[in-house]
Ligand binder design. Sequence first.
Ligand code: CMC
Length: 422
Amino acid sequence: MAESITITDNRTGQAIEIPIVNGGIAATEWSKLLPGVWFYDPGFMSTAACESAVTYLDGDAGILRYRGYPIEQLAEHSTYLEVAYLLLHGELPSSAQFEAWTHEVTYHTFIHENVRKRFLEGFHYDAHPMGMLVSAIAALSTFYLDAKDIFDPTSRSKQVTRLIAKVPTLAAAAHRFSMGMPFVYPDNSLDFTSNFLSMMWKVAEPRFEADPILAHALDVLFILHADHEQNCSTTAMRVVGSSHADPYSATAAAAAALYGPRHGGANEAVIRMLTEIGGYENVEPFIESVKAGKGRLQGFGHRVYKSYDPRAKIIKRTADEVFSVTGKNPLLDIALRLEEIALSDEYFTSRRLYPNVDFYSGLIYQAMGFPMEMFPVLFAIPRTSGWLAHWQEMLDQDSKIARPRQLYVGTEPRDYTPIDGR
Ligand code: CMC
């Protein structure tokens, strides 16, 4: 076979030929030929857990495409809601489809009053908005019992719409609560992103008018964050979804995975790092301390991208647009200097460490007035469409329940000793 590998089992001397399909070895083939021999792959460094047609990512070439469309073109010409449709349906919508989709999402933005009054308002006054969001998404499953009909196409599509529409409402509600401000109901006359900004910032004015440049910039950030193939949170979505849990429970699990600083929390870590550096003159000593092993350069490096993250390039341009309205974020100069030094330093170039999407996104969010605690929440809003696209795909593939094997390293069998004999 041309597309195969041959492995010699030195225990038996037997040579085994294993076919390579789509660049991978099917585990079913492997386990047939080498029963009881497992891949030991913590962190899934070399394991493809599924086939997927949603997003293409080439980490060496710095390429990201949703359903075949380059991220650069989508960021320039599309809108987040259109991209969400693309991710979920595989094709860009026609005008009629887009109109119907926009209407559906717009009219599902309201949340049940009990979610807000009984549930969200029950949190401690200083609750983290991401913790509130994760819990509130899970709580939605108790409001929509039809969500358990995951193989009923009508029910499935209704839950998908509800989730995409309601996550921004929950996100803004979590922020308002943590600021001690009253909840703002969705405004159905606004587009997706402007409505979110209205729910975030509206005070006493009858209608909140978002600055169009800022609304557009946030929409671009939503496009850039909508999907990223089998990242940690999407994997959580697929793993929980593979048990056939309802989509609210699976989305809550995905959002919980996103909460961590190695994933959706990285842009907050960038702001903390830049603040700690404090001044232009401290950049070089800081880089030296990173090279000496004292911490990491936050917003740098990626498991898959081994060249410039294409999202980071787009974000840099978006940052300029935002700063033209808000004024420059004073941390920007430190960030630019840090990038300049790191990109010409052998430590970073030899490890192929480049800025990732989070290096600049935090600066933009901060300039737009979002508190740092909201950064992972802002990531979860658009990523909901990516999680759901993967969830649908996984169910349509009739995939097996996620259940990895382990290499047992514990004690040998032993007999129970009564407590007074230990
Ligand atoms: N600063 C300094 N050194 C680094 C960094 C960094 N940010 N990232 C990796 N390295 C070094 C690391 O010390 C190691 O060096 P050595 O070979 O000498 O031991 C080498 O590069 C490989 O690192 P790794 O930890 O094996 O790489 P990984 O693929 O497991 O980690 C990562 C990927 C994103 C967790 C990591 O690069 C990191 O911690 N970056 C900072 C946090 C960050 O920006 N996260 C956001 C990721 S993008 C948003 C998202 O997808 O959620």
